[in-house]
Design a protein around this ligand. Sequence first.
Ligand code: TPP
Ligand code: MG
Length: 577
Amino acid sequence: MNEQSKTVETDAPQMLTDGFHLVIDALKLNDINTIYGVPGIPITDFGRIAQAEGMRVISFRHEQNAGNAAAIAGYLTKKPGICLTVSAPGFLNGLTALAHATTNCWPMILISGSSEREVVDLQQGDYEEMDQLAIAKPLCKAAYRVLHAKDIGVGVARAIRAAVSGRPGGVYLDLPAKLFAQVMDAEAGSNSLIKVIDPAPRQLPAPDAVSRALDLLKSARRPLIILGKGAAYAQADDDIRAFVEKSGIPYLPMSMAKGLLPDDHPLSAGAARSLVLKQADVVMMIGARINWLLSHGKGKSWGEPGSKQFIHIDIEPKEMDSNVQIAAPVVGDIGSCVAALLDGMGGNWATPTDEWIEAINERKATNLAKMAPKLMNNAIPMDYHSALGALRTIIKERPDAILVNEGANTLDFARSIIDMYKPRKRLDVGTWGVMGIGMGTAIAAAIETGHPVLAIEGDSAFGFSGMEVETICRYNLPVCVVVFNNSGIYRGTDINPSGGSDVATTVFVKGARYDKMMEAFGGVGVNATTPDELSRAVNEAMDSGRPTLVNAVIDEQAGTESGRIGNLNPQSVVSKK
Ligand SMILES: Cc1ncc(C[n+]2csc(CCOP(=O)(O)OP(=O)(O)O)c2C)c(N)n1
Ligand SMILES: [Mg+2]
């Protein structure tokens, strides 16, 4: 028995607190005021008390969606997003999102109640028995368990630090049922809590690393900057823009870095992606990892082998040389690194040659001119271009709105067609290309920012989290979901090769009306078959803030297998026969 619980026995009546309140107080002390979760044993009362204590507690229909909400809340706020679940199955449902947050380097804490340690460890068959801590460990950045109420302050502080410091990621916090009911002296409890000072300390880059990078950049004839979502996460928006503009170097935004500088910025090379990747001689990565999304820095898309040198800015030293040699590693937090680079540039930085800039501008103009008529077409049913052409205008007119996007073709076309104008407004499937982030992301985006949200969803993608339209209606959130309904995964036209009565594996019910799902819960449902109808419905939703779902009927044949990454499908000579 510990000190404080002894006092409780000998010194009643006195002010007491318990595990429930201590966890809530510890979170609030650290400015964490929102919880995303699903109730049940042993955390139902925890949610109730948190709500009573003034926290925003958003209840979902499935933990994975709550977890995805917490993950994106972490990305948007630089504070750990909190997901709260029950034991075993609820924990496992939330775990996918925790792994997703870790992979994307977003701070998140999954708090799960767990069953009795003594019973779990002897495998005696407890209610929802599972050794959750052991299972979580390999899937997140850190995992902790708190057994005593007096340790809650430390447990929460460690979880917060682990989530946000260095390269951010997911943290698991295991809270056994017994902990919540433990009581202790209220004052001792309050004194045991920790307000985390400087949870994500700046990490300054070494001065010689900064000058090495600047020297290499200066020597370039065809320099390129690639901005990743790590750069967007850093919230160093002004310095990043100043660095790009002062250097005069064209930049390429990765998907979620779109809008960090507006997509119509003269230095954006987004519409000349293949040209700049091929031809650049020095490439500076800012908060972007060289992974599958950049073809690992090699291969055809990167031009002649050995034709480039890389500068890499990242907070994680282990990231350097992950796929190709990094000639100039700059390790530190993005904000400090970019500030140091700006500082080191001096007053007379020579911007890149006209030849390089003109080549890029020419390619941009050609590609944009090719795209323009496609966006205006009025064919029925709509194709991806005409439907997205309508939505593109809506985002242009509302640069503060948040765009959530998932699917295959629906994702790839929307990414290239819809320009973003402000940082952290485009939220999508992230590093793994996960289907199912849609509704959790949309809900958290609305809750955390208060801005209207437009979620552009493939019909398959939407299905992974579709039940959360009830959550959207329940909290009356300004979310407009547009389902790109092409009756299937990639396309709606596949045929069962056996000729049997089951439909093909990629095909859904024809003529489905997803809009009725929103109507079932009191929201607005619209069926749109033309760009005009689509435009009208979405404009109205974005202006009214009413929960809306637009079923956008898309040509079943318009998509391609796996969107733009069909080349990643394994091909066997046997199956081709
Ligand atoms: C969790 C998860 N399961 C499965 C997949 C495989 N997958 C990739 S895209 C996709 C759905 C694509 O269809 P849809 O969302 O309708 O977009 P479309 O191409 O038809 O526009 C699926 C199932 C995935 N990426 N993530
Ligand atoms: Mg589809």
